[in-house]
Design a protein around this ligand. Sequence first.
Ligand SMILES: [Zn+2]
Length: 333
Amino acid sequence: MTSNMATNGKFHPVQTVYVVREVPGKGYGCFAAMSLKRGTRILEERPLLVVPKADYLSHDIQEAFDKLLPAQKQAFLELHSGHGQDPVRWPSRIHESVSEHERQRIKEQHEARIGKEPSLISIFQVNCMEKDGGAAVFQSASRFNHSCNPNACFTWNSAIGKETIHALRDITLGEEITLSYCDMTHDKQLRAWELKHYGFVCDCRACAEDEDNETTFAYQSAMRRFRLQELDRETRHLRGRKLDEGAKTEGFVKKLLEMAALHQQEGDWTARLANGFLDLALVCEYNGDLKMAELTAMKALEVKKDCQGDDFPEFGKYEEVLKRIQRKVVGLA
Ligand SMILES: [Zn+2]
């Protein structure tokens, strides 16, 4: 497969970045066809099928499917389907407080999972990605398998109208390129629950290794995720618009630094880390620690570019913060 590669934020079709091949027991997977540096844009792709709302029903997918060209319909039908799952793994009763619409939705999804044949919804629900408050399916991006400790990440980039995939760390030739379908701070049990509707059990090293054995990656990873949840609970109310209050709170900067360190140790160079560095920069700027503010603003910009690209809508905000701090450093502001 010929794909494209980003150079300095521009996307040029230059060479084969990855190849798709069969993985025993997993359908297909995507493998690096060359060594890839962190920040490489592995893919940018327009959606194949878009459903502009998150609480979609079967008929919404049918409606979107009916608008496709014959070749697009064919491409959609060739994607992995989540049908054929064991009904005993899923509860069949729905709580009476659930709304009529949601009840219908749960029923349709349940029937699609345990159905004997693929359906539009059984394909859609295991391949869709969030897009502007709705969901979309991407022909190539859907081929990347999951890992709870992935080496790449995906984002909907509304500025270019495409889904992008970026390398989160250096990837070697022949290595499988993976994405995480779940929240990285969640523990193994919760991740397994989130992944259940895709119809597979994750065998990444964070899931497969013994979490109780201190020498394993799984143990270290579980500790990091646990601590990140704790720190998130302790800092969440002081982030965003309350950041100035955070700046005045004892130990707040230390906690943000610890979170950034944990994300890096886990290899999670995602937008969440970029946002953590940006908060650090703003807090340090507020406290007048301009050297530290500059350093963390530079890190924020670097991570943001690497995981989403400099054409991502929010990138300008990160650049502005760094420029403002740098003007203060040289005494111009
Ligand atoms: Zn896993």
